[in-house]
Write a protein that binds this ligand. Structure first.
Ligand code: FMN
Length: 334
């Protein structure tokens, strides 16, 4: 195990790589494959329609891997919010030890999970939010830079700055999330002070990811320019794949004279996004993807991907070490 970090030690994993929670993607097949490959796979709680369905999914995942895996619980604004406490209770009752939390007002859910001594990784896009989460007792911060897929926040700080700010300011270990897809990225994250990386878009494009192969092909074909930021006007900015549906939503967002969310709601429908993953029509609705889309050129199994990232990171670090040695022994001419 070449990388022994606060993350690998606390979670009991071999490679410091987490598969972030992904709505309509984070099923048992993917989470188990990531955990079997030495990382931490994460099931998405709200992908399951009820807490009882989550219980079944946890049990299904446990049959597929003996290694640790986690559950993501995302708290987002909703007219009728899901019963978060009931989802959290299932997570506790089923003996899950690691939870990735994300979203607004996580206090009650974090208290509930911490009272059963679970390890919490909380996602945040600003240092201020990270500090609030630390006060709630989280064990790790997952620092989501502006490159990331999904909810990027409203401050647009990329990981080059955000991770170093985390290293300077936070007293709790942190994971780098957003824009990571290879071992060079892992090496950079570790150099910036992170205890590991969290990846979403890269894992969407693996053999075990349960989305239609045409969407995976579309990810491989795309470059880093093919994401769009939607819903800024409502302070709920999301980074999505830049397709016709996202561009239509942006047009409404720019041109709406009322500023009513209702005007854009049907353009950003989660139901249509889910259909994209099932029917393989990348234009059918909006779907989430990060700028790392430009770094993805293949569809590997998780069993191939994780050791590859580990190897690339080691090679990148060795190259830097050799460079330092060469520099040290070169005569200096000032
Ligand atoms: N993060 C959450 O906390 N909750 C979600 O429900 C969620 N859904 C996602 C769905 C998709 C398809 C993708 C690609 C990402 C999603 N994310 C979600 C964000 C990921 O967990 C992760 O933070 C993000 O993808 C990291 O950026 P990257 O894509 O550049 O690796």
């Amino acid at each position: 195990m070449p990388f022994n970090t606060a993350l690998t030690r606390k979670l009991g994993i071999a490679i410091p790589i987490i598969q972030g929670g992904m709505q309509w993607v984070g099923y048992a097949e993917l989470a188990a494959a990531v955990s079997n490959a030495g990382g931490l796979g994460i099931l998405s709680a709200l992908t399951q329609p009820t807490p009882e369905d989550l219980r079944k999914e946890i049990r299904r995942c446990r049959k597929m891997t003996k290694n640790p895996f986690g559950v993501n619980l995302t708290l987002l604004p909703a007219l009728v919010p899901p019963d978060y406490a009931a989802y959290a209770q299932v997570i506790i009752d089923e003996g899950i030890k690691i939870v990735e939390t994300a979203g607004n007002y996580p206090g009650p859910v974090i208290n509930q999970l911490k009272s059963s001594n679970l390890t919490i990784l909380h996602k945040c896009t600003t240092i201020r939010h990270a500090k609030s989460a630390i006060r709630l007792g989280v064990d790790f911060l997952s620092i989501d830079g502006f490159e990331c897929a999904g909810h990027v926040g409203e401050h647009d700080i990329t990981n080059f700055i955000l991770l170093s700010r985390a290293r300077q300011e936070l007293k709790v270990p942190f994971i780098a999330s957003g824009g990571f897809a290879d071992g060079q990225g892992l090496a950079a994250a570790l150099a910036l002070g992170a205890a590991g990386i969290n990846m979403g878009t890269r894992f969407m494009c693996t053999v075990e990811s349960p989305i239609h192969h045409r969407i995976k092909d579309r990810i491989v074909a795309a470059d880093e320019n093919q994401t769009a930021l939607v819903l800024r006007r409502w302070r709920n900015t999301s980074r999505l794949f830049k397709n016709k549906a996202a561009e239509d939503a942006l047009k409404v967002e720019k041109e709406s004279t009322t500023g009513e969310f209702g005007e854009v709601a049907s353009f950003v429908s989660g139901k249509r996004g889910r259909e994209v993953f099932l029917n393989g029509d990348a234009e059918y609705g909006v779907w989430t993807a990060g700028q790392a889309i430009g770094l993805i050129h293949d569809i590997p199994t998780c069993a191939d991907l994780l050791p590859r990232i580990e190897r690339e990171a080691l090679e990148a670090m060795q190259r830097s070490a050799v460079q330092i040695l060469i520099t040290m022994f070169q005569p200096r001419h000032f």
